[in-house]
Design a protein around this ligand. Structure first.
Ligand code: ATP
Ligand code: GLA
Length: 504
């Protein structure tokens, strides 16, 4: 299935609501590149994850959906040796020129945080894809203006939306008119790895595969794919609230996100060693055994489709973790070395150099338990969502409890929530939400709340009064409107023809 191309704005649920933004993008493009005309637009949305966080890089399935906030690139091509990127928000994202000819420099300076680095991530994977197709490629020069509505650091994957839109723009500019969703996902999943972030593949896959009105079941094994599905209950809706605590995933990676990747990799190897398992692929981002690989090695390969089998296997692994990872207060390096039969030098070289991290103890028990319990909840949620519903109240209660249990583990086992995020959840649960949880990486960012159409006004008003106005006494009406984000499941990545410019 190819990434679609639209000739109007019908991929939005309310096209007319987006016209002025597009008109502003066109104006900004013309001001940046006078005399130039837009040839096409490339767009990719943010996502909200309903359940299943910090498990994608262990290859367990997740349940997100693409949302209406997105990143749009307005593009023209030329024969110069440069790509010039500009932004409708020029103050935050100033203009940059990236040489692509013989002086080309796609190297990413990790010390210097810049939005151009994220563009380079998208450019690098696009260039590699073009090289796979032909050895003699000369990249087109491009003028681009971006417009983004996904809040940055809001846990809704602005970076994935931005990188995927960038890759799509570079590919189309260089003659790839039909790219499959599978290829666009496969190549962009690793784009942010060039920045040193060892993310899984959920965000890019959700951004690419999104469909209006549908959530997504994303699998990583046996192959990476997104399957859209509808909710079985009509009056269900979600509210997304940005806590306005910026989650700086990149700068805090050594103590937060990347540390989880490392802890889970060590937990995988330690479990494999203690269980006497061998022969599974070393498929984690650190070339170690992933926790999914350990499960498949111990219980037999799970095909990813048979939910009852998946539930049985994961339940077995929860037992194994309880019995095998005995250092409940955390492991120090010496204890890890003993368990893995490695010297301290070997341990450092294998686990602590490729991805730099900082820690006092490694909480292998807590992290592995989180992964298996969260993965179990994903399968139980999917079972619920794929069965007919005869009692709406019971449905909301069951779905809500799964989300609330997830939040509790994110807080206590994965330690990616915090007091403010917990407070947002509890305000919501007392005011009409059935379930509330941090979505995405955490350590700030957004909360997703499950509610019904009837409960929606009360829930939204309570969050405004009890969280936003209380925490931020000077907050404006516009800022509140921006913080309560449209949660309608939206169309995934797409190309838009320049015909729309005349229709705005
Ligand atoms: P999370 O991954 O937790 O969901 P996020 O993706 O929103 O959060 P980061 O991973 O910190 O946040 O990435 C944000 C970075 O992505 C910004 O600092 C910027 O460099 C780039 N970016 C995102 N949106 C835009 C945009 N509209 N224009 C330019 N750069 C953008
Ligand atoms: C970030 C990463 C994803 C995923 C989530 C947590 O959004 O980019 O790959 O790991 O955190 O579920």
């Amino acid at each position: 299935m190819s990434v679609p191309k639209f000739h109007d704005l019908s991929f939005y649920s309310e096209p007319s609501a987006h016209r002025s933004r597009y008109a502003n993008l066109v104006k900004s493009f013309r001001a940046n590149f006078s005399g130039d005309e837009i040839e096409f637009l490339a767009r990719s949305p943010g996502r909200v994850n309903l359940i299943g966080d910090h498990i994608d890089y262990n290859y367990f399935p997740v349940l997100p959906m693409a949302i209406e906030v997105d990143v749009v690139a307005a593009v023209s091509t030329n024969d110069s040796d440069a790509i010039v990127i500009s932004n409708t928000d020029a103050e935050k994202f100033p203009k940059h020129t990236i040489p692509i000819g013989k002086d080309s420099d796609f190297a990413i300076n990790r010390e210097q945080h810049s939005w151009a680095n994220y563009f380079k991530c998208g450019l690098i994977v696009a260039a590699k894809f073009l090289e796979e197709k032909s050895t003699d490629i000369k990249l087109k020069g491009m003028n681009i203006t971006f417009s983004g509505t996904v809040p940055t650091g809001g846990g809704l994957s602005s970076s994935a939306a931005f990188c995927v839109a960038s890759t799509l723009a570079v590919l189309y500019a260089n003659g790839v008119e039909n790219i499959s969703k599978a290829d666009l996902t496969r190549i962009t999943v690793v784009s942010e790895h060039y920045l040193g972030l060892n993310n899984g593949g959920m965000d890019q896959c959700a951004s690419v595969y999104g469909e209006q009105g549908k959530a997504l079941f994303i699998q990583f094994k046996p192959q990476l794919k997104g399957t859209p599905f509808e909710f079985p209950v009509k009056n269900l809706t979600f509210v997304i609230t940005n806590s306005l605590q910026v989650s700086n995933k990149y700068e805090t990676a050594p103590v937060h996100y990347n540390l989880r990747v490392v802890e889970m990799a060590i937990a995988g190897d330690l479990l494999a060693k203690k269980l006497g398992l061998q022969g599974m692929p070393r498929d984690s981002n650190l070339d170690t055994f992933s926790l999914r690989g350990v499960m498949d090695g111990y219980c037999g390969n799970w095909d990813g489709e048979d939910l009852s089998q998946g539930i049985a296997n994961i339940s077995k692994m929860i037992d194994v973790v309880e019995k095998t990872l005995t250092e409940k207060d955390g492991y120090n390096v010496e204890q890890c070395c003993q368990g893995l039969d490695l010297t301290a030098e070997e341990f450092h070289a294998k686990y602590l150099t490729k991805i730099p991290v900082k820690f006092e103890v490694l909480k292998l028990y807590q992290r592995a338990l989180h992964v298996y319990r969260e993965s179990l909840r994903v399968l139980k949620t999917l079972q619920l969502l794929s069965s007919p519903v005869d009692d709406d109240a019971k449905f909301f209660q069951t779905f809500g409890s799964l989300m609330n249990d997830s939040q509790q583990d994110l807080d206590l086992l994965n330690e990616s929530s915090n007091a403010k995020l917990n407070e947002l959840c509890s305000i919501a649960l007392n005011n009409g939400a059935f379930g509330s949880r941090v979505t995405g990486a955490g350590w700030g960012g957004s909360i997703v709340h499950l509610t019904s159409i009837e409960n929606l006004p009360k829930l939204t008003n309570s969050l405004i009064e009890l969280y936003y106005k209380h925490e931020f006494p000077h907050i404006t009406k516009d800022e509140i409107e921006e913080a309560v984000i449209d949660s309608k499941p939206a169309t995934g990545s797409c190309l838009v023809s320049a015909e729309i410019v005349k229709k705005l």
